[in-house]
Design a binder for this molecule. Structure first.
Ligand code: FES
Ligand code: FES
Length: 212
């Protein structure tokens, strides 16, 4: 064994240990620094909280309901995804097209702009609730007879808007029908048939014995 070996081996092991220890210390140090950095970075983020659930009590198509909902749930999503009432459609999702129209306490309302939570204690009516004893009601018959629907996508919103109109004003003239239903858009029919459908429904309601 050479003198070089005798004198260099222990220092070499020592230097390895020192190096490993140094690396360990560096690694621990980096880890701690990262943890501290992560903690301080995380502390700058807004707290992520789960949406609060509230109890909603209301009536949908004549049936009382109590449901736990999140505070930011829209009425259209509550109806379609929560209750499976997919007759209410979604188009613009921003109050422009009227496809999502339902009745809230008898008045047409865009369910895409309505928080479900704001309907506490109210009565909601959707297209699924309009049939009378399994038969089309007067407005649905009007749309059927007068060919007021083509693709049909706007029709549930149109029918609900017309239902709200005729409950408020059973004998509207054409100008009133056009004005009251102006926020319901149809991309197919050109509106003439829709107006005729509403007029036929008004006539049927005025003379129920002659209705189909
Ligand atoms: S989807 Fe509600 S107004 Fe268009
Ligand atoms: S019937 Fe197609 S959008 Fe109105």
């Amino acid at each position: 064994m050479s003198g070089r070996a005798r004198h260099t081996h222990p220092p070499a092991r020592f230097s390895v240990l020192k190096r490993e220890g140094f690396c360990f210390i560096i690694a621990v140090g980096i880890g701690s620094t990262r943890n501290l950095a992560a903690r301080s970075w995380a502390s700058t983020l807004p707290a992520v909280s789960k949406p609060m659930k509230t109890l909603l009590s209301l009536t949908v198509n004549g049936r009382p309901r109590d449901d736990a909902i999140s505070g930011n749930l829209l009425l259209v999503d509550y109806l379609r995804e929560g209750l499976g009432l997919t007759g209410t459609k979604i188009g613009c999702d921003g109050g422009e097209c009227g496809l999502c129209t339902v009745l809230v306490d008898g008045a047409p309302q865009h369910s895409c702009l309505t928080l479900a939570g704001s309907c506490e204690g109210k009565e909601i009516e959707t297209i699924e609730g309009l049939t009378e004893g399994g038969r089309l009601n007067a407005i649905q018959r009007g749309f059927h007879e007068k060919l007021g629907a083509q693709c049909g996508y706007c029709t549930p919103g149109m029918v609900m808007a017309a239902e709200g109109l005729l409950r408020r004003n059973p004998d509207p003239d054409e100008a009133t029908i056009r004005t009251e239903m102006a926020s319901n858009i149809c991309r197919c029919t050109g509106y003439v048939k829709i107006i005729e459908a509403v007029q036929m429904a008004a006539a049927d309601l005025a003379s129920p014995s002659e209705a189909a």
